[in-house]
Design a protein around this ligand. Structure first.
Ligand SMILES: Nc1ncnc2c1ncn2[C@@H]1O[C@H](COP(=O)(O)OP(=O)(O)OP(=O)(O)O)[C@@H](O)[C@H]1O
Ligand SMILES: [Mg+2]
Length: 536
């Protein structure tokens, strides 16, 4: 069954009662104009604490109550059509309503652009607020970011929240790493990666090259470490390491680990020991998280992608165990970047769409196109499980999915085929900010997003000043300096690895010349016997 047939069938199963009622009334000779049908739907969607999503042709406001707004939704449209501004506008309205509780959210941005734009808006909001509101904003907002001198520390191998077993966490981590990687993994290398992840989860240890080196190279040290491991499977595997894993595989694994750790921003952001993180006083349960997973020029895309996907997986799997019943909105910019090429993440997102509504969590999935980038069954699933759609200028195949929800005047006597073709043409050239809003069970509305004023002009500051204000007054609660991260990592190494450490100097490590990296590479080659992977 193709997408359109499936979709039409799904419609027949009751997703657009209002539109069908309208069609029925027309068939029976009644003459309900499109405007009247829309007025009815607008009344049904509006209510106290409603979010303004669009302005209709005659300036009428389309407002949507939270019981509809806070449900899974998609935002689709060609580049430049206005998706990001719509996300920002809706986010700011929703956050203002939920400032003093009742609203949690996380924006996942793999492109950095929305993250930066939202930072400016938050700073402008903060600037225009009284002291109490400023404090609420600064307390609510948490960033996941990496800058030249500060990072948000995260603990990719900390599985202590019990969202999944250590073995499953290790398996997911392994898959995500391999899916995002641009190099191949042999079966035995994959196995080492899996067992290594399992070990770190079990011990609640950070990824650390010096620890790995000593662990793989010194059997006596390994035995000592394994005595602290809870899982018998992990103990058994590493006790027999020399018999079941070739030295070359171990070397290849160490080289990969080293090259991952060679990027300082990445190392500082992922390798602060979880036990030390607990003591840093960072918010335990931040309410609004702005997560920047754009990799820009600090690290390879594969590392950034793996970290992004892994973070999303953890968030989705932990969502049902939240300690609050406040609404949680998870907003995904550029969702194909998250799902593309990753059956693992796709499956988890699909399951989240099917299950998280019952725990008051909604997903907002934003994309230039779904059907152009994702497999048909995944697109079907997303469309079936999302309650509202905002569709901007788009391709004919996506316009076709929307078409059954669009009303026509009773006086329009064109054939269905003529109307459909005309609609596809309109959707291909819809002006910026114009979109169809569909809440299932109601007819689709053509509207325009509210204008989002430039936050800088709004408060009479430059964009740079706003970013500076954000970084000075809002971001510090969730970030630490690279120096602090380097110190915590070195202290941990001193304690656990117990050997003289390679000096950590973030300022030198950041040098653009790359000479530190190549010096480190030479050192690594010496340690590992001077051979590159693949060399015999
Ligand atoms: N609601 C709006 N208010 C003011 N300007 C807007 C609005 N929507 C879009 N624009 C203008 O259009 C430009 C592109 O909008 P936006 O970044 O939201 O598009 P997009 O659909 O997210 O594009 P992409 O897919 O490339 O990320 C903005 O930089 C802005 O100039
Ligand atoms: Mg955008």
């Amino acid at each position: 069954m193709n997408l359109v047939n499936w979709f039409l069938r799904a419609n027949e199963e009751g997703m657009r009662e209002a539109a069908l009622a309208y069609e029925r009334s027309r068939a029976s000779g009644a003459t309900l104009s499109v405007r009247d049908a829309h007025q009815q739907a607008m009344k049904a969607l509006a209510g106290a604490s409603a979010i303004l999503v669009g302005l209709l042709e005659r300036g009428d406001e389309l407002r949507v109550r939270l019981d509809t707004f806070d449900r899974h939704n998609v935002i689709l449209g060609a580049t430049g059509s206005g998706k990001t501004r719509a996300i920002i506008d809706r986010f700011l309205q929703r956050a203002a309503l939920g400032l003093r509780g009742g609203f949690e959210c996380e924006l996942f941005d793999p492109k950095t652009e929305t993250f930066v734009e939202l930072k400016k808006h938050m700073a402008a909001w903060w600037l225009a607020s009284d002291d109490a509101t400023r404090e609420e904003i600064a307390r609510a907002v948490h960033v996941i970011d990496w800058t030249r001198d500060r990072i948000t520390p995260t603990a990719p191998y900390d599985n202590s929240d019990g969202a999944m077993t250590d073995a499953y966490a290790a398996e997911l981590h392994t898959r995500v790493t391999i899916e995002a990687s641009d190099v191949t993994y042999s079966d035995s290398l994959r196995q080492v990666l899996f067992m290594w992840s399992f070990l770190l989860n079990d011990l609640r240890y950070p990824p650390n090259f010096n620890f790995a080196l000593r662990f793989f190279r010194e059997p006596a040290y390994r035995t000592q470490v394994l005595a602290r491991v809870k899982s018998p499977d992990v103990r058994q595997y590493f006790s027999a390491l020399e018999h079941i894993t070739a030295k070359q595989t171990q070397d290849a694994f160490l080289r990969r680990l080293w090259s991952e750790q060679a990027f300082p921003e990445y190392r500082y952001a992922t390798s602060v020991p979880p036990a030390q993180l607990d003591k840093l006083g960072l918010p335990k349960r931040p309410r609004w998280i702005l997560a920047n997973f754009g990799t820009t020029n600090t690290q390879p895309q594969s590392l950034g992608h793996a970290r992004f996907r892994w973070h999303v997986i953890r968030r989705l799997l932990a969502a049902p165990r939240r300690a609050t019943d406040a609404h949680l909105s998870l907003i995904f910019e550029e969702v194909p970047k998250l799902l593309g090429g990753s059956p693992e993440v796709t499956q988890i997102v699909e399951t989240a769409l099917a299950t998280l509504r019952s725990v008051n969590v909604s997903l907002t999935l934003c994309a230039q196109s779904l059907s152009g980038t994702l497999p048909g069954p995944v697109v079907e699933n997303i469309l079936l499980n999302t309650h509202t759609w905002s569709i901007f200028q788009t391709r004919p195949d996506e316009a076709e999915l929307l078409y059954p929800h669009v009303l026509h005047e009773p006086t329009d006597h064109r054939t269905d085929g003529e109307r459909r073709r005309e609609f596809e043409r309109i959707m291909q050239s819809l002006p910026q900010q114009h979109f169809y809003f569909l809440a299932k069970g109601h007819p689709a509305f053509l509207c325009r997003t509210p204008n989002v004023a430039d936050p800088a002009t709004n408060v009479g500051r430059s964009a740079e000043e706003l970013l500076e204000i954000f970084d000075r007054y809002i971001a510090p609660r969730s970030m630490i300096s690279m120096e602090v991260a380097a110190r915590l990592i070195a202290e941990w190494e001193g304690e656990v690895v117990g050997q003289q450490q390679i000096a950590e100097n973030p300022a030198r490590a950041r040098s653009a010349s790359g000479s530190e990296v190549s010096a480190g590479l030479d050192q690594l080659r010496r340690i590992l016997g001077g051979k590159r992977e693949g060399e015999s």
